[in-house]
Write a protein that binds this ligand. Sequence first.
Ligand SMILES: Nc1ncnc2c1ncn2[C@@H]1O[C@H](COP(=O)(O)OP(=O)(O)OP(=O)(O)O)[C@@H](O)[C@H]1O
Length: 832
Amino acid sequence: MYFDPRVYAALISLQPAIPYDGIKPSGSCVYVSTPRPYENKSVSWDCEAGYYCLGPSYSSKFLCTDGFYCPENTQPVYCCAGYYCENPKTIKLCPEGYFCPIGTVNPLSCHYMASCPPGSTSANKYLIGVLATAIMLLILILFQIKKKVDEEKNKKYKRLLIEPRFENSEKTLDRVSKTFDIEFEDLGLVLPSGIEIMKGVSGSLVHGRTCAIMGPSGSGKTTLVSLLTGKIRRTDGKIKVKKFNENGIEVIGTSRQLDYYRKLIGFVPQEDIMLREPTIREILVHSALMRLPTEMPREEKKQKVIDVIKFLELSHVMDTVIGDEESRGISGGQRKRTNIGMELVAEPSILFLDGPTSGLDSATALEVCKLLKKVVKHQGITVAAVIHSPSENAFKMFDDLMLLGKGGRVVYFGPRDEAMNYFNDLGFVLPEDESEPDFIMEIASGRVKPKDDDLCLEDLYDLWLKFQYQKKNRASSVDSYSVSNEGIIINVESSLKPGRVRFWTPIYQTIHEFYHYVIDVGSEFSYFLKGLIFWTKDPVRQTPNVFFSFILLFKRACLQIYRNKTRFLFDLLLHFGCGALVSLATNGLDYIGRAPNQLCSIAPYVELSSCLNARDDLQTIGVLAALGVTFCGINAGTTTFGYEKVVYWRDTSSGMKTGPYFLAKSIADIPRMLIAGLMFSLAFILFYSYRARFGEIYVIILLTYIASWELGYFLSAIFSKEKFGLVGTGFALAFGMVLSGATPILDTVKENNSLKWIYWMFDISASRWSVEALYLKELDPRKWIEIHTESLKFTYSFDHYPKALYNIIFIALAWSCLAFLAMKLCNRDKQR
Ligand SMILES: Nc1ncnc2c1ncn2[C@@H]1O[C@H](COP(=O)(O)OP(=O)(O)OP(=O)(O)O)[C@@H](O)[C@H]1O
């Protein structure tokens, strides 16, 4: 291949001649494949300004395009950084208040956030730091104002507390209007694995009485409560409900199924599942407003909260936040009482408690048991509580005892004060130095034997059934003792259906579970549609509708954000920091197009490749930004729902609807997204010489943030919080980088037969559209370089900008819908 040695010399010499007018530009004109003007003055050229020639020996001349500088008798150079070339004939120093990157035709305004002395190649954006700080200060001021408003509100409640009627009155709670008895028979549970964890459990819970459910660890106490509250679907047995009016007279209920009365069942879980940001009062007010009947006036509901606070003796800490291990709030005992209070304010007719005394010292545990006794006395409701190793006094607070043994079998069920008599009759003798509840627990775990017998645990179960059988026969005037012991045992065994666990049981159980899952989802959906079309009312209790629930949940979500102000501000700093890092990575990246074709045609082979490919870093800049935003957005999104899933499950099991909750949290997140996007965008332009408008960059970054945020919602609905980090990183790399359309390049994927089937994946990636949108907006001010001569690369198109933005919005909506469905459909058993 032949090339002119003089042009070659020009190509490897990279410093073009700059007309020097007193002020030196801060940039330089060093870049590859741009020859400087031919300096050999002895050779004559015939190339007027605005045209370029390939050299003195070439006869043809070519029109110099905008963005280049072509004085007379030269080869073209890009208009130098720090200068601008209105046309290829002139070059001028960039004026003050403007900056001129390489190839500038019109100087770019420095905007309001930067300073640009004459000859600037980029804007010095020190004011951005000031702006970011101002935003943070403004947020702090808003938080302070909210604090003042809160303090006023607290004072109002304090006044309510010290009103004379409270000062003098005994701390009482009104009787509830509906009470229930629950009868259960032969309850059984076989897990999908085929393991039977509960078998033949029968008994009844009577209104106006407290029942302690006890047994060794793993005996199935929690399982029993879950079966009774409908959290787990039983595989065997019956549960029936008897309804009573205010005078304790049995009335025929609309249904005898416990599920039907779900809104009247209170369940206090073993862990203190509640948000940590609100105060005790706020949590109780929220619970009351969400769960009490709509016909009850709002003031009465608030009064109810005050009553419960008084009753639980929490008045002095009612305006203290709950807190957790990280941020100290109320004490463990107070948290337990609040946990119970959340149910009490909702006026349940039946209250189940799973380990209300777990983790408490004996004095506090006794206090809680006394409280339960008092609740039953005042309200006449049904209370059943799982109790772990109670003290003698705490044990006495219960009227009935359900004692379970290993494998979920009943060892004893009946009045608590008759339990010891029963065991005495079996030959167990309470040692003098041992407390009654401890001894009973030892019996149930098979650690003590009767004095003159060698009974094993299995015998205890059979003996209990035998005892029951005899009691039943006595009641029906049949002489139980006419039946041989052997006969009874055979009877009993047959009622327990031994040998039910076959090898197909797991398969059967799985199909059974799936069937019920579909029925459950289907019936909820049809119930929802029915409610929507016929505006039907809940016959048991009409609680706030979707709109009012939304308002209450939205207020709570805002409160959470406000109470987490340190985290909020720190998050903003992190978004700013991430944007600054991405910006740093883009430093020096630019678009300077390609050298004119004619010049390239005579370039040496080594220069040819860089000569033919325009230097175009816009896509790389876009990918860096999209990757950073996707990482930040996903991570921020997972915090919204991910860390309060258990609270969500508790709330839904007590009647909260997923729709208003999801919408309320999402809308409360909007300011977070807006400010996070702003912080990132401000930091992103710190070191990056952007040519689009700041508003355009902000819109692209914000929409990508929203789409990633929603993806974070989805991930947090599917995965547990321990997995967010890794799963989020994986998704960010996939959607922010691989599917951004840069590597692999969209064109390649489209044309490659083995890859084109995954092209749709690029279409559902927000970053692919945001990179294109940013590319187009950044290219727009550079159109003078090659817009009319070159077609766009990467399957991009100049009219794609609105489409790209719409697509990001659709992707965000799609992730949002998926997140909602995932929340609704995953872990349904925990939402019951
Ligand atoms: N979904 C499940 N999958 C597998 N095993 C289960 C499941 N639910 C319960 N079990 C098992 O059933 C048994 C009873 O569990 P449960 O939590 O009801 O016991 P517990 O008496 O409440 O125990 P603790 O007093 O320690 O809380 C345990 O052995 C438990 O491992």
